[in-house]
Design a protein around this ligand. Structure first.
Ligand SMILES: C[C@](O)(CO)[C@H](O)COP(=O)(O)OP(=O)(O)OC[C@H]1O[C@@H](n2ccc(N)nc2=O)[C@H](O)[C@@H]1O
Ligand SMILES: Nc1ncnc2c1ncn2[C@@H]1O[C@H](COP(=O)(O)OP(=O)(O)OP(=O)(O)O)[C@@H](O)[C@H]1O
Length: 292
């Protein structure tokens, strides 16, 4: 029996445990070193085959821009593969955008994984990764599907095993355009290169996001969010180019370290803020959908 639809496909968000800007390419893109972790805050996609080649989308959750990353991913795969089939993608958008959580990139990655299967293309992961990079610097990580040490502009991915963790994630009511942060005069681009071995030997020391100062200057809500975390759970840092900030939640059970239970922070958030207690994922639930 041929495959005509794929339902309830997860598109999980990510956190950058740290993010160093270590240089700049001649085309202006920034060279990074970062550890990306998948979390259980996710969008859900339903992808149906359309025989006549048309590609369309409908929004089940928050409304997306007309030409969103799912549509762009589907069209890019159709063009690159020469496939004559089409698809309808219904998306339940739950991950906020302009948050540094990579939600749009994850939607694009999930679309590529789904259509690779639905259209019977059987592209290897390496080919999907290269196409994904054309859609956004974060897309290859989500196609890789595992927590990773990430370098280059996002295309050099080395999977790493990290212990399971819980995170308190706060999203202030502001969306930050990534490009505005990378072009900020406040951005330092010369953090010294490090290695996975150094990171693994002393993870706690890696808590710096080089994009944070520029994002805090762009949006006072980022500073406010970091202050909230500092007051309630001791420390916090930003993910990606913001505006979401996070702290490890597992180490703050309450009274004994003098900080509140993270759930109490969620109960006292200002109007318009979103907060979630998230767990890390072992892998993208569709990680096996691409062969190496
Ligand atoms: C900040 C991160 O989220 C870290 O995970 C990513 O580096 C951003 O990845 P992304 O949102 O997929 O970014 P893209 O959509 O590819 O790029 C948006 C814009 O950000 C700038 N950009 C992005 C990534 C990068 N390594 N250097 C850059 O300078 C470029 O001006 C680009 O036009
Ligand atoms: N499916 C989608 N989901 C979210 N945003 C989308 C989508 N398609 C297009 N966009 C646009 O892409 C922009 C960035 O969205 P996305 O959620 O990937 O980035 P982000 O939150 O800034 O995370 P990061 O910087 O880590 O990639 C938004 O301004 C949004 O308008």
């Amino acid at each position: 029996m041929s495959l005509t639809a794929l339902y309830d496909l997860p598109a999980p968000a990510k956190l950058n445990l740290f993010l160093h800007v270590v240089g700049r390419r001649p085309d202006g893109y920034h060279l990074l070193q970062s550890v990306f972790v998948l979390i259980d805050w996710m969008d859900t996609l339903h992808v149906e085959l359309r025989p006549a080649g048309q590609i369309s989308r409908s929004d089940l959750g928050a409304a997306l821009p007309a030409d969103d990353l799912c549509l762009r991913a589907a069209r890019a795969l159709q063009a690159a593969s020469g496939c004559r089939l089409g698809a309808h993608i219904a998306i339940d958008k739950q991950v906020p955008w302009g948050a540094g959580l990579g939600g749009g990139s994850s939607d694009a990655a999930t679309t590529l994984l789904a259509l690779n299967r639905l259209w019977g293309l059987n592209w290897p992961r390496s080919r999907l990764l290269a196409l994904g990079l054309q859609l956004g610097a974060d897309v290859p990580f989500f196609i890789g599907g595992r927590d990773a040490w990430v370098e280059g502009i996002g295309e050099q991915i080395t999977p790493i095993d990290l212990p399971a963790a819980s995170y308190l994630v706060l999203k202030p009511p502001v969306a930050i355009p990534t490009q505005a942060i990378f072009s900020s005069p406040l951005l330092s681009r010369d953090t010294a290169l490090t290695t996975i071995a150094v990171f693994l030997a002393d993870k706690q020391r890696f808590d710096k996001n080089d994009l944070q100062a520029a994002a805090a200057a762009y949006s006072p809500e980022v500073s406010q969010a970091l202050k909230l975390l500092e007051q309630h759970v001791g420390s916090g840092r930003m993910s990606g180019s913001g505006s979401a900030v996070f702290a490890e939640a597992g180490n703050h059970p309450g009274a004994e370290d003098g900080f509140a239970d993270p759930r109490q922070v969620l109960a006292t958030l200002p109007v318009g803020w979103i907060g979630r207690l998230c767990r890390s994922l072992e892998a993208h639930p569709l990680v096996d959908w691409a062969s190496d």
